[in-house]
Design a protein around this ligand. Structure first.
Ligand code: ISC
Length: 426
C-alpha cells in the first residue's frame, strides 16, 4: 500500500465560490490531471494532498489480504478525520473530494484514491474552488495560473493486444459453447489494443476530445485511466441513488434510415433483450437489500451515442441510512454488464478465456465527497495511459445467441471512442 509521503497531519480544506466561466478543462495542468465531466459540469482536480494505491487482494500473486473497497473506506475515513473544512457552498462535490478507480478483479493491484490539492467544480451556474493545504500556493490567485496549451498526440503505432482479434473470436465461440451447454447464462469478454505515441500523451487533449464528442457520457481521468463511459454505476445525493444499466449494442447507422433500422433491430432482438435483462436483474438483486425503495423500469429505452446505441434502463432508489456509498459500489461490482450471470462462474470464465489482467478497466471509477455524495461509473470506453503508451479496452456481453464475428465488430465500435480521442485531427 503506498500513501503520498507528504500527507500532512492536519488537512486544511477550503471551498470558495469561483467567478470564472471558462470550461473546467481550461484550468487543468498537464501533470496527472483528474477529471469527472458531463455536459460542461463536474469536477477537475490536480496535485495530491493524499493518495492510496492498493495492492492485490489475497489469492493474487503478491496478494495482501486487503479487501480493496474496505481498505479504501478506512483510508478515506482517516483522511477525512484529519480535515478541517470551511465550505461556503455545501453542495455535492464541495469540501474535500476524492477521485478513485478500482480494479476489476480482487487479485489485481492498483486500485487508487486521490485527494487532490486543488479541485474546481461546476454544477448549473455555480462554480467553486476547493484547495487543500495552508501554504501561500493555496490562494485562488496562485492556483488559477495559466496552463500550457494542449499538445497533440502525434503519430501512433497500433498493435493488437493479447489475445489478438483471432484468439478473442475463438474465446467468444468457446464462451457461447459453454453457455449453450448450460454452464452459465452470460459472460462479458474483453480485448485490448495498444498504441504507442512519439512522446508522453497529454491526457488533457484526450479529455477535451472525449467531452466534445461524448457530452452525454462521463469523461474521466483518474491516475492514468482515461475514457468516456456511458454507464453510471451509482450517483448518490443524500439518500437518493440513480443508476443507468446498459447492455445490448448496435453501431450507429451512416444515414437516418440505417440508424433507425439498427435501432429497431436492437430493440426487437431477443438476444439483446435477454443480455440486457441479466444486467437489470443483477442490479435489482444487489440494490434491493440496500434500499428502502427502488424503481426499475419494465422495458429498456434506447440510448444513442456517437459511436453506438445501447439498450438502457435508468434505475432510482432511496438508500437505507446506514449504507455508505462505497458499500453500494462494492456490492454492485461487477455488474452483469461487465461480469456476467451468474457472477462467480462468469468471473472465473473471464479469467480463463481473456488470459490478461483487466487492471482498472470495467472497474468502478468516480468521486466521493465527505457527506457521501458522489458519482461512480464503470470504466468503459477507456484506456490506461502510461507516458507515451495507451492500452485500450473493449468488451461485449456474450449470451447463447452471440455470433463471434458480430461481437468482434461490436468491440471495434466500442474501441472507436478512444481510437478517435487519440487521433489528431478528428
Ligand atoms: C463491456 C463494455 O460494454 C458493456 C456496456 C454496455 C453494453 C455492453 C454490450 O452490449 O455488450 C457491455 O455489456 C465495454 O464497452 O467494454
Amino acid at each position: 500500500m503506498s500513501v503520498a509521503p507528504e500527507s500532512p497531519k492536519q488537512l486544511t480544506v477550503r471551498t470558495v465560490p469561483l467567478h470564472d466561466g471558462r470550461p473546467l478543462l481550461a484550468h487543468l495542468p498537464e501533470a496527472a490531471p483528474l477529471a469527472w465531466l458531463r455536459g460542461g459540469e463536474g469536477l477537475v482536480g490536480w496535485g495530491e494532498a493524499a493518495r492510496i494505491t492498493l495492492p492485490a487482494e489475497n489469492g493474487g500473486s503478491g496478494g495482501s489480504g486487503v479487501q480493496r473497497f474496505g481498505a479504501a473506506a478506512r483510508w478515506l475515513a482517516e483522511v477525512l478525520a484529519r480535515a478541517e473544512v470551511t465550505d461556503a457552498l455545501d453542495l455535492p462535490g464541495t469540501g474535500p473530494v476524492v477521485f478513485g478507480g478500482f480494479t476489476f478483479a480482487p487479485d489485481s493491484a492498483g486500485s487508487t484514491l486521490v485527494l487532490p490539492r486543488v479541485v474546481i467544480g461546476r454544477r448549473g451556474d455555480r462554480t467553486w474552488l476547493t484547495t487543500v493545504g495552508d501554504g501561500p500556493g493555496a490562494r485562488p490567485a496562485d492556483v488559477l495560473r495559466e496552463v500550457r496549451p494542449l499538445r497533440p498526440v502525434g503519430r501512433l503505432a497500433w498493435r493488437d493486444g493479447t489475445p489478438d482479434a483471432g484468439q478473442w473470436r475463438a474465446a467468444v465461440a468457446e464462451a457461447v459453447a459453454r453457455i449453450r451447454a448450460g454452464a452459465l447464462d452470460k459472460v462479458v469478454l474483453a480485448r485490448e489494443v495498444h498504441a504507442d505515441a512519439p512522446a508522453d500523451i497529454d491526457v488533457r487533449t484526450l479529455l477535451a476530445r472525449l467531452s466534445r464528442d461524448y457530452p452525454g457520457c462521463y469523461t474521466f481521468s483518474v491516475a492514468g485511466m482515461v475514457g468516456a463511459t456511458p454507464e453510471l454505476l451509482i450517483r448518490r445525493e443524500g439518500d437518493d441513488v440513480t443508476s443507468l444499466v446498459l447492455a445490448g449494442t448496435r453501431a450507429r447507422g451512416g444515414t437516418p434510415e440505417e440508424d433507425a433500422r439498427l435501432a429497431a433491430d436492437l430493440t426487437g432482438s431477443a438476444k439483446d433483450v435477454e443480455e440486457h435483462r441479466y444486467a437489470v436483474d443483477s442490479l435489482r438483486a444487489t440494490l434491493t437489500p440496500l434500499c428502502s425503495s427502488i424503481d426499475v423500469p419494465d422495458l429498456p429505452e434506447l440510448l444513442r451515442l456517437a459511436n453506438v446505441q445501447h439498450l438502457a434502463s435508468p434505475v432510482r432508489g432511496t438508500l437505507r441510512p446506514e449504507v455508505s456509498t462505497l458499500d453500494v459500489v462494492a456490492a454492485m461490482h461487477p455488474t452483469a454488464a461487465v461480469g456476467g450471470t451468474p457472477t462467480p462462474t462468469a468471473v472465473d470464465l473471464i479469467r480463463d478465456l481473456e488470459g490478461t489482467d483487466r487492471g482498472r478497466y470495467a472497474g468502478p471509477v468516480g468521486w466521493l465527497d465527505a457527506r457521501g455524495n458522489g458519482e461512480w461509473g464503470i470504466a468503459l470506453r477507456c484506456a490506461e495511459i502510461t507516458g507515451p503508451r495507451a492500452r485500450l479496452f473493449a468488451g461485449c456481453g456474450i449470451v447463447a445467441g452471440s455470433d463471434p464475428d458480430a461481437e468482434l465488430a461490436e468491440a471495434d465500435s466500442k474501441f472507436r471512442v478512444m481510437r478517435e480521442a487519440l487521433t489528431d485531427g478528428t
